[in-house]
Design a protein around this ligand. Structure first.
Ligand code: SAM
Ligand code: SF4
Length: 332
């Protein structure tokens, strides 16, 4: 297996988001419906061995960053065991996890021991009733306890907090989150609300852009200082405060799309390979895996899918077609 994984526009694929479950213990409004959305039957979900095999094949083609996601990845059993399996794959530069944080009080230690090095914790509000309004769960304390638990494991670094930015919801707390980024070893990032909610409530008017949030912070703290991007495919615009304390970031897929430098593919929990968050099609790797395909056949399927990778999303355009899958089913 040789040769990098490159799409038809010359973009090198370096990063894979791996969804390990479609299940979740939250019901965030921008992601899932209040009720319904039946879980996939267990035998339709890839086993850890199957997932690790795909990651190993992708790593041989130059994919070197893996992010575990879901649904809520930490509701699946034995995630630390799976991370151990991944750390044994040569040439992976980073293994990270996106979580709602509720299971971190128990799992921060085992995850660190297994070799997890980076984490994103999703948190949209620091006010209990607003937190409930978004997640439909009373779990703010658990998430804050999860963040506190992480601080005992410096090998997991950085600790990033991701908040979905929504008009008439996020503004009030921008400065509280900014203060948190200054008080604690957390990098706070706001991500623009995208049309990936199961209820299809998204409207363009609901977006609070990164630029608007930055203006709120700068009115209080003065101009933020840009931090050089780590690489062309960096999704966040990063800033530090002028006095050097704290870092914030803005992920602006709607107001400033970063498709031109996108280096990502996604694997759904049931083994569908997606080349864009907004893909209308998936490549079914599970049937291949379970049908006895050898590694070369799986490699060929991945390369074939990547050659069809979309040029860009069309959220800002009449051509945009909503995905029939919610973020929890895709793996955000
Ligand atoms: N359950 C985990 C969590 O919430 O972190 C991982 C999966 S979740 C789908 C991944 C990320 O997608 C979270 O940070 C969540 O806030 C974000 N997300 C979900 N729906 C979104 C939407 N419609 N627009 C923007 N971000 C969204
Ligand atoms: Fe669950 Fe994450 Fe979706 Fe919220 S955003 S419902 S925590 S998968």
């Amino acid at each position: 297996m040789d040769g990098q994984l490159v799409d038809s526009y010359g973009r090198h694929i370096k990063s894979m988001r791996v969804s390990i479950t479609d299940r979740c213990n939250f019901r965030c409004r921008y992601c899932m419906p209040a009720e319904g959305l039946p879980w996939l039957p267990r035998d339709e979900i890839l086993t850890y061995e199957e997932l690790a095999r795909i990651v190993r094949i992708a790593a041989l083609m130059g994919v070197d960053q893996i992010r575990l996601t879901g649904g809520e990845p930490l509701v699946r059993r034995d995630v630390p065991e799976f991370i151990r399996m991944l750390t044994a794959i040569p040439d992976l530069r980073s293994i990270s996890l996106t979580t709602n944080g509720t299971r971190l009080p128990q799992l921060a230690g085992p995850l660190a021991a297994a070799g997890l090095t980076r984490i994103n914790v999703s948190l949209d509000s620091l006010v209990p009733h607003k937190f409930f309004q978004i997640t439909r769960r009373n779990a703010l304390e658990a998430v804050l306890a999860g963040l506190a638990a992480l601080e005992a494991y410096p090998s997991i670094h950085p600790i990033k907090i991701n908040a979905v930015a929504m008009k008439n919801f996020t503004e009030d707390e921008v400065l509280d989150f900014a203060a948190l980024a200054r008080r604690k070893p957390y990098i706070v990032r706001w991500i623009e609300f995208m049309p990936l909610d199961a209820d299809q409530i998204w409207r363009k008017e609901d977006i609070l852009s990164g630029g608007e949030i930055r203006a709120i912070i700068e009115a209080e703290y003065g101009p933020l200082v840009p931090i050089a991007e780590a690489g062309a495919s960096e999704t966040a615009r990063r800033y530090r405060f002028a006095d050097g304390i704290g870092e914030v970031g803005f992920i602006n897929p709607v107001s400033e799309p970063f498709c031109a430098t996108c280096d990502r593919i996604r694997l759904t929990a049931e083994g569908g390979l997606r080349t864009c968050l907004f893909s209308q099609t998936e490549t079914d790797l599970r049937t291949l895996l379970r049908g006895g395909a050898d590694d070369h056949a799986i490699e060929a399927a991945i390369r074939g899918a990547v050659l069809q990778k979309e040029l860009k999303h069309y959220i800002n355009d009449k051509r945009f077609v909503r995905s029939t899958r919610s973020m929890s089913m895709i793996g955000g």
